[in-house]
Design a protein around this ligand. Sequence first.
Ligand SMILES: Nc1ncnc2c1ncn2[C@@H]1O[C@H](COP(=O)(O)OP(=O)(O)O)[C@@H](O)[C@H]1O
Ligand SMILES: [Mg+2]
Length: 371
Amino acid sequence: MKKNQDSIHSLFQPTFGNRPEKYIGRDGVIEKFMEGLREPVGSRNRCTLFLGQRGMGKTALLLELSDRAQKEGYVVARVTAHEGMPQAIIEQFQLNGSKFFNDDKRKLTGVTAGALGFSFGLTFSEATERQYGFRSKMSLLCDKLAEKGKGALILIDEVRTSAAMREVASAYQELVGDRKNVAIAMAGLPHAVSALLNDSVLTFLNRATRVELGLISTNLIRAYYERSFRTIGIKISDELLDRAALATRGFPYLMQLIGYYVIEYTPDGGEVTEAIMDKAERSAMGDMEANVFAPILNPLSDNDRIFLRAMARVGGTVTTAKLQTKLGKKGPAIQPYRKRLIDEGVIEAPRRGELVFAVPYLAEYLLEERE
Ligand SMILES: Nc1ncnc2c1ncn2[C@@H]1O[C@H](COP(=O)(O)OP(=O)(O)O)[C@@H](O)[C@H]1O
Ligand SMILES: [Mg+2]
């Protein structure tokens, strides 16, 4: 098969927010949410918050959930959290739900049906449009969708506390109180919920089922690489296939990057060499630096960086004891940094007294940056 730009771009797309050609892994996370949708209205898993760093696959996950939920009888509204979000949610439901109301439209011959606040299909009557707010419109939409046996799933990407989010959160709670078939999945950066504000949105977010997105299986990535390279007609040895898969360390964005560059650098019908892998990894790391490491590190203070570099120099899983020695500081002096960096999603505490970096290669990057 001939390798061309089209096939490269369909197999690997190292950009943010796109739908991957093939969704890899996270079966457990997806299944749990889908089970929630089958549970009674108001059950906790029907309101889920996914957290993860840039490139961990939050947007891709929401896209996948959207697909699966539609197959199980949900109409989906997918929005990013901005000020116009409530109105955007309404419009998404109208747009995506209208196909279930085609018959109604045909039956309508000049007469205005106007029942229950609608003029036809999911289009509101003028009075409804003018007088009702988000919550009432959502309530009407939920009832209308229920007539067709459909539920309403709201997907909110890049979630953060805002007035618009407050409006959606309180409406959701009221809709659940009224037993409407509605569910919500949100995704955001780890610190989206770590603000020290006592805000009603935070209460809502904190009550949601929280899922921290981790790395995906390198075995699954290897299998996908193998299939993709074969499809596109480039040869690769088992050793280099192992190397490519392991180099991703299970980080979704890096998986796309390495796959993309390997294909980009291998001649049509050719074979992947060590030199090609070296180059692909270097290019991938350049993108990681610009699009993941820099945005994570830029907002941090000098002392945060000193803390992180000390962790990087210890290497691997870092115990508090070792870190104290490296920094020449006692526990209480370290504590605020530790807490903030965990809140920011830069590091994680897999076990008590232990710390690791939340994003692969960040430690290596910090050490190199120093030189
Ligand atoms: N499970 C997955 N399988 C395959 N590709 C994925 C997966 N998750 C994410 N990706 C890809 O990785 C890249 C980054 O994912 P994205 O969802 O944009 O990250 P985030 O929203 O967390 O910043 C995108 O190109 C996306 O298609
Ligand atoms: Mg995203």
